[in-house]
Design a protein. Structure first.
Length: 157
């Protein structure tokens, strides 16, 4: 990975480790609220930023969890086809986000997964769309086994 200060400004703004940590915290917190307090499995941490921080994917997300994940996947073949490559490309940024989230107490390790500690109530107005999308993805993925999500999206851990 290129050194952080050598990254283009757009990359530094969009893939800032603390922003990625926030996305992971919001999604894992919503996951836990939906999955009877179970932490979000580690592999899903590499899927969430690829859905939330990729503008076309984020724009295609439904407004609520009434739309089922598998239905959304079937209706968005082009976005899903590019997801494995996006997950791989974003992996270094996701790892940096995980480290930043743990260091700054936005995330904590809880058993075999992540627990989000960032309250949605404290989200600045310019980040609320990302917060809503992150929470939606967390709630959306919670009812499904992580292996099913990964296989459905053709993402390998």
């Amino acid at each position: 990975m290129t050194r952080w200060h050598e990254q283009p400004p757009a990359v530094r703004a969009t893939l800032n480790p603390l922003l990625v940590a926030g996305v992971l915290s919001w999604s894992s917190r919503a996951y836990q609220e939906t999955a009877d307090r179970l932490p979000m499995p580690w592999p899903l941490a590499f899927v969430v930023p690829s859905l939330v921080l990729h503008a076309p994917s984020r724009d295609a997300l439904p407004g609520s969890t009434a739309k089922r994940f598998l239905s959304w996947r079937d209706e968005n073949d082009l976005l899903v086809a590019g997801l494995p490559a996006r997950c791989l490309a974003l992996a270094p940024f996701t790892r940096a986000g995980l480290r930043a989230g743990l260091r700054h107490q936005l995330l904590q390790i809880n058993g075999a997964g992540l627990q989000g500690l960032l309250s949605p109530a404290r989200t600045p107005s310019d980040l609320q769309a990302l917060q809503r999308s992150s929470a939606l993805v967390g709630r959306w993925l919670a009812p499904l086994p992580a292996a099913t999500v990964l296989a459905t999206l053709r993402v390998t851990p």
